[in-house]
Design a protein. Structure first.
Length: 257
């Protein structure tokens, strides 16, 4: 039996046990609680950690590679999406431009129609005013004619008759001045060529004093209202003079017969 004093400091008590398979007695050494850890076990643990870290690094690098390879795909899809949106916006812009052009053309047509309507209405209004003015003034022309006939036929002899003559002549002058302010002007056709647009021929007289077709005399005075004919003038028109037959020509004609 071995003495305890001869045992080393790190000596671990041994226990005997019998192997169940062979029946041999074997020693079992109980580890000391203060004994150091086996370096080989640390090596195995470190190797496992390194292997795990390497495996994890490979996974990380693989994920980064997959993300890097997926980035261009995502960029391409985003670019295609932007292009589709751009085409949609371009189509909408063209549609809005076409609508704008259509509305602009419609506005221009409406503006042109309104301008034509305004001009037509203004012209109709002016024509209506002229027609009313012509109808009103035409009724007054007969009064003017009577004043002129009276002036040509009346010959005042006494002072009283001269006073009356001057009185109605002043009224006549006032009436004529009013007509002039309205744009009425008399025709002066004597000696001018007959114009059916202005004159109305009521007589024809052969004469050598005026050329054929000239106005010899104004029987009823005609008037203008601006450039419009207010009343046609009744005139006497000159005709060609008849040839004068002498006595010698008449005798010779009788002898030949």
């Amino acid at each position: 039996m071995i003495e305890e004093e001869n045992q080393p400091e790190n000596f671990s008590p041994q226990t005997e046990y019998a192997d169940s398979a062979t029946g041999d007695v074997k020693l079992s050494v109980e580890p000391d609680s203060q004994a150091q850890v086996d370096p080989s076990s640390q090596t195995y643990a470190t190797s496992a950690e390194v292997w795990s870290a390497q495996a994890s690094g490979e996974n990380v690098s693989t994920t980064a590679a997959e993300a890097t390879s997926a980035a261009p795909v995502n960029d391409s899809a985003a670019t295609e999406g932007l292009m589709r949106e751009l085409e949609t916006l371009r189509a909408q812009l063209e549609e809005r431009a076409n609508q704008c052009d259509s509305l602009k053309n419609q506005y221009m047509r409406i503006a042109a129609d309104f301008e034509n309507f305004r001009r037509r209405t203004l012209k109709e209004k002016e024509d209506l005013e002229v027609q009313v003015k012509c109808a009103t003034i035409s009724e007054l022309l007969s009064v003017v004619d009577n004043f002129e006939r009276a002036r040509s036929h009346l010959k005042p002899q006494t002072d009283g008759e001269m006073t009356i003559h001057k009185s109605y002549q002043s009224v006549y002058k006032q009436l004529v001045d009013s007509l002039k302010r309205l744009g009425v002007s008399p025709m002066r056709p004597e000696g001018k060529e007959f114009d059916p647009n202005l004159h109305e021929a009521v007589m024809r007289q052969p004469t050598e004093e005026y050329p054929e077709g000239a106005v010899m005399e104004e029987l009823v005075r005609g008037y203008f209202l601006g450039d419009r004919v207010l009343r046609h003038a009744m005139v006497k028109v000159a005709a060609a003079a008849e040839p004068v037959v002498t006595s010698d020509e008449s005798n010779s004609g009788t002898t030949e017969t």
